[in-house]
Design a protein around this ligand. Structure first.
Ligand SMILES: Cc1ncc(COP(=O)(O)O)c(C=O)c1O
Length: 396
C-alpha cells in the first residue's frame, strides 16, 4: 500500500528540498533587456528585440526565415493557415501528443487523423502514417518528442510521393539535430515553443520556422492580423490595410527582450542538458539490462539530442507506486500526454483508422525524470541514487 511507504534514510536526502521535475533557469541579463525595452517606449514589435531574436535564431538554426510568435500554439495555427488546410482535408498527427496541433487543424475546418507512436522513441510511427493516408490527406504534423528526432527524412519521402505538407512540431526540440540539420528546418514548416517548461523560454512564446520561400510574405500578413503592416514598416506602402486572413500572433517586445538573453545562452543550455541526458541514459541503459520490465529510449546515431527531458517506460501497475515512492524521497517524477484520440475533444473532432492500443499503453507507462539546466553533478547523483533504491524496492 502506498500510504505505508516510508522515506529512505537521510543519507540520500541531504537538502530536504524536493527536486522538482523542472526548474526554469535565468541568466541575469533578461531584466536588463526588459528595462531597455521599457525605456525605449516601443513595446510592440517587430523592429526591436523581436527581430533581434529572429535573426539570432536564423543563424543558430540555419533557417531560411524565423517569425517570432506569442506561443508555439500560435506558430502551429499560422503553419496550418499557410498550408491552406481546410474543410474536408485530413491531417495526420500522433495521438500521443500535446493538443495544440489538433486544435490548430480544427480551427482551419480540417480533421485531425490520429496515428500510433513507436515504443522506442514515442515518435510518430512511419507505418501508421502510411496506413492513414487517403485521398483526403493534405498534411502531416509530427512532433519530435523529448527533443529526439522523429524519422523526418523518411517521412519527407512519404510526403513528397503523396504531395503532402509536413509541419515539424519542434516545440520540445530546439537545437536538436538529425544528420546535422536542426529539427524544425527539415519539413516545409516548423515550430518552436518558448513556454516556461522548455529549454529556452520566455514564459509564453514561440516561433514559426519557414523553410520554403513561397510562404514568407503571406506569413508576415497572417501574423499581423491579416494586414500588410510589414510592408508599411519597410516603407514600401504609405498606409496598411486588411488583405488576408490572420490573427494577433506577434509577441510583445517584452517577451522577446527576455528571450534574447536566453537565446544568446542557447549553446550553453544545450550542452548542459545534453550531458545530463547522457548521464541518465548511461544509468538507465544498465538498469534496463537488470530489470527487463523497464524500457528506455533508443537514440540512433544520426540524432543529436537537446536533453529536453529523459523518460523511461515502466509497467502501468507499478507506475503509481514508483512515482509515489520517489516523491516520498523528494524526487518529483511525472507522467505525460493523455492520448488525444480517446479524449473528449478528440472523439468529437478527430478520427482514426486504427485502434491505437500501443499509444494507450505507452501513455500509461511513461515516467519522466527531472532535468534542469543548472542541475549540478551532485544533484544528478542524488536523483540516480534515490531512483536506484526506489527501482530496487518497486521492481525486485
Ligand atoms: C509538442 C508540443 N507542441 C506544442 C506545444 C504548445 O506550445 P505553447 O505552450 O508554446 O503554445 C507544446 C507545449 O508544451 C508541446 O509540448
Amino acid at each position: 500500500m502506498i500510504s505505508k511507504l516510508k522515506p529512505m534514510s537521510n543519507k540520500y536526502i541531504k537538502n530536504k528540498k524536493i527536486i522538482r521535475y523542472q526548474n526554469p533557469y535565468f541568466f541575469g541579463s533578461e531584466i536588463k533587456n526588459i528595462e531597455a525595452t521599457i525605456k525605449s517606449r516601443q513595446l510592440t514589435g517587430p523592429n526591436n528585440f523581436v527581430s533581434k531574436c529572429e535573426k539570432l535564431l536564423e543563424s543558430q538554426l540555419l533557417c531560411k526565415k524565423v517569425l517570432l510568435t506569442a506561443s508555439g500554439t500560435d506558430a502551429l495555427e499560422m503553419a496550418c493557415i499557410l498550408a491552406k488546410f481546410s474543410k474536408d482535408d485530413e491531417i495526420i498527427i500522433p495521438s500521443y501528443n500535446f493538443p495544440s496541433a489538433a486544435t490548430s487543424i480544427i480551427r482551419c475546418g480540417a480533421t485531425p487523423v490520429f496515428v500510433e507512436v513507436n515504443s522506442h522513441d514515442m515518435n510518430i510511427s512511419k507505418n501508421s502514417i502510411q496506413n492513414a493516408i487517403t485521398s483526403k490527406t493534405k498534411g502531416i504534423i509530427l512532433t519530435h518528442y523529448a527533443g529526439v528526432s522523429a524519422q523526418i527524412f523518411e517521412i519527407m519521402k512519404i510526403a513528397n510521393i503523396n504531395n503532402l505538407i509536413v509541419i515539424e512540431d519542434a516545440a520540445q526540440a530546439i537545437y536538436s539535430k538529425n544528420k546535422e540539420q536542426c529539427l524544425g528546418t527539415i519539413g516545409h514548416l516548423g515550430i518552436l515553443s518558448f513556454h516556461q517548461t522548455k529549454n529556452v523560454f520566455c514564459g509564453e512564446g514561440g516561433a514559426l520556422l519557414i523553410n520554403k520561400q513561397k510562404f514568407i510574405s503571406r506569413a508576415h500578413v497572417i501574423r499581423e492580423k491579416g494586414t500588410n503592416r510589414n510592408k508599411f514598416l519597410e516603407g514600401k506602402i504609405n498606409k496598411y490595410s486588411w488583405v488576408d486572413q490572420g490573427s494577433s500572433f506577434l509577441p510583445s517586445s517584452l517577451q522577446a527582450a527576455f528571450l534574447y538573453e536566453q537565446l544568446q545562452n542557447g549553446t550553453k543550455i544545450n550542452k548542459k542538458r545534453k550531458l545530463i541526458f547522457e548521464n541518465y541514459h548511461n544509468f538507465f541503459s544498465k538498469i534496463s539490462k537488470k530489470y527487463n520490465n523497464i524500457k528506455i529510449p533508443s537514440i540512433i546515431e544520426c540524432n543529436r539530442v537537446n536533453g529536453h527531458f529523459y523518460w523511461i517506460l515502466v509497467p502501468k501497475k507499478i507506475r503509481p507506486k514508483f512515482i509515489e515512492r520517489a516523491r516520498l524521497n523528494l524526487i518529483e517524477l511525472t507522467t505525460h500526454f493523455e492520448p488525444l484520440h480517446s479524449s473528449k475533444a478528440g472523439k468529437n473532432y478527430g478520427k482514426t483508422y486504427e485502434t491505437l492500443k500501443q499509444t494507450q499503453l505507452l501513455s500509461e507507462q511513461i515516467v519522466r525524470i527531472p532535468i534542469h539546466t543548472q542541475m549540478k553533478k551532485s544533484e544528478q547523483k542524488l536523483v540516480l541514487n534515490i531512483l536506484n533504491k526506489t527501482i530496487f524496492e518497486c521492481f525486485s
